[in-house]
Design a protein. Structure first.
Length: 184
């Protein structure tokens, strides 16, 4: 197993260029949430020449729609959403400086090409373990589109969020590597 790599946003092109598919990551710092409805609005905002609800340069976005926070917690279950639903919007956000996306599942070829072109990575969170992922979240605040409920954009402060690099800036793809390792 590879050693654990610690990342703190905002991320630089140099930092993400050091990552390889299969690397284990612990992410700490400020990240943002958004799913397809929020992504659509952010891209529309950019197309009008307006500022997005958070700075995209060096940003990390987590594809999550958390459940309500139980008493004494900052957030409810916060497991990753299937990422391909954001594929139509991800290249635009990477062109504006987004450096990492967190979710689950495969990404399309256009998104993987944009990662290579704009020096960004795709990280996988543990699917089916929303309560475990929520333990890493120390603060959560809705910052845009509150009418979207769980899909509103949130600013999260995370500590040691456990992730894996799925797609790197060099074209590496953990899902392809995994299949190849077990083919005869």
């Amino acid at each position: 197993m590879s050693e654990m790599i610690r990342l703190t946003p905002p991320l630089t092109s140099e930092a993400v260029s050091l990552l390889k598919a299969g690397d284990r990551v612990l992410l700490s710092g400020t990240i943002y949430t958004g799913r397809d409805a929020a992504h659509k609005r952010i891209v529309e905002t950019l197309s009008r020449g307006e500022q997005p609800p958070f700075p995209l340069a060096g940003a990390v976005i987590y594809y999550v729609g958390p459940s309500p926070a139980p008493p004494g917690r900052v957030i409810g279950a916060a497991g990753p959403t299937t990422s391909y639903r954001m594929d139509a919007y991800a290249p635009t956000l990477m062109a504006q400086g987004l450096k990492a996306m967190i979710g689950k599942g495969k990404r399309g070829e256009e998104v993987k090409q944009a990662m290579r072109e704009h020096k960004a990575v795709y990280l996988a969170a543990i699917g089916g373990a929303g309560a475990l992922m929520a333990r890493s979240i120390k603060q959560a605040e809705v910052i845009a589109y509150p009418e979207l409920g769980p899909e509103a954009v949130r600013r999260l402060v995370v500590e040691d969020m456990p992730l894996f690099v799925v797609n790197d800036v060099h074209g590496g793809d953990l899902y392809q590597q995994g299949r190849q390792a077990y083919q005869r």
